[in-house]
Ligand binder design. Sequence first.
Ligand code: PLP
Length: 462
Amino acid sequence: MIRPDWTAPLDAASDAAKRFLASLPDRAVGSSASLDSLRAALGAPLPDESTDSAAVVRDLAAAVEPGLVATPSGRFFGFVIGGAVPAAVAADWLTSAWDQNAGLYAVAPAASVAEEVALGWITELLGLPAGVSGGFVTGGQMANYTGLLAARHHVLDRAGWDVERRGLTGAPPLRVLAGAERHATIDRSLRYLGIGTDAIVPIAADDQGRMRPDELAAALDGEVGPAIVCAQVGNINTGACDDVGAICDAAHAHGAWVHVDGAFGLWAGVSPRLRPLVRGVERADSWATDCHKWLNVPYDSGLALCAHPEPHRRATGVRASYLIHAERHERDPLEWTPEFSRRARGFAVYAAIRALGRAGVRDIVERCCDLARRFAGRLGADPRIEMLADVTLNQVLFRLTDTAGGAQRTRELPARVQADGTCWLSGTEWRGAPAVRISISNWSTDEEDVDRSASAVLRCIG
Ligand SMILES: *Cc1c(COP(=O)(O)O)cnc(C)c1O
């Protein structure tokens, strides 16, 4: 066996990583590189000859450094990104070094068991029923896709249609009742599933973005035939959570499957204080969530969960004569995701939960919500700012009130804040008008980050 020098490249990576992470408190949060400068720094003819591995790592780190956005910073508030806790980052490095193929127990028994244990812990943390099945996927997109695969299988199976064999041509029509404020990944999943976005029956949302259960009940009234309801906990703009209990009442009375997109909102379940926001969520049929958002595990880490293991496995599982399938007690991860070979994502999830404990996960979630209220308080006290939604979770949504050109100035504000560099946030549209959104989902954000950032935002209004 070739015995390469592992030490030099791994040490180079470790040095570069530690330098970057140590720079987070002080560096500008946004990238300082232009497209042209990045192309100049990274671009080169396809190399013919080999280069020393440690030199490659050092050169790569130097070339990308100016083009890195400090998303692990406590002052990154864009989208819903979250950072990564140290134990999870370190476990993620080991995952690469171990290079386990987490498809099969036979080739990756430790990865399979780490996932099994992490799945049980997450089920408990989120307050979901014991014994749910789960697949470790790349993120919320694939978790929604996987949950909806199980849903598609189940509702068509009950209508006497074997979708895995026959496909959707000629299948009983399937309706998907989804909140008007659903995430774009629901529509995208339906495209991939062959169900198509025309199958969506949009259900009106209230002023916070929550699906209205009375509208759902009305839309289901008299409904016959296969139906899937897509609920959401954690609206990407407002953080608002659908009333999943009421949605389950209405949907289950009509035999519909309830899938919950809980990419970040599902984590409210770890907090006794916030748990009322997701009351009833345990009665749903499938759930999508992310570990790379609020649990603060590095990308890529999502989780598809299902209350009905058999439909889940029948929708996603696979058999091949050259594989070594689990026999009785082992768990083959590829039975539960649309993927075959893949990274052993469970190690980093396991490490994050082990390091934080239940109390640590709860503290992150509660602290982020407290900080969101603090941020909203600082901004809302300024007469130039109008808050657009209640801060019930970790999201803050606002616009500039300025009657002359407020919409345009609201649209321009995120770029000005990004250029200032103190923090990073982004824009959106809310009820047809430009708005600015702030997401607090990083474990390391503290009050000083919020105060400095709120001052920067107010300064950038000009
Ligand atoms: C982030 C998010 C998604 C998509 O998740 P990815 O991890 O980016 O694939 C889906 N739904 C909601 C509500 C989200 O916040």
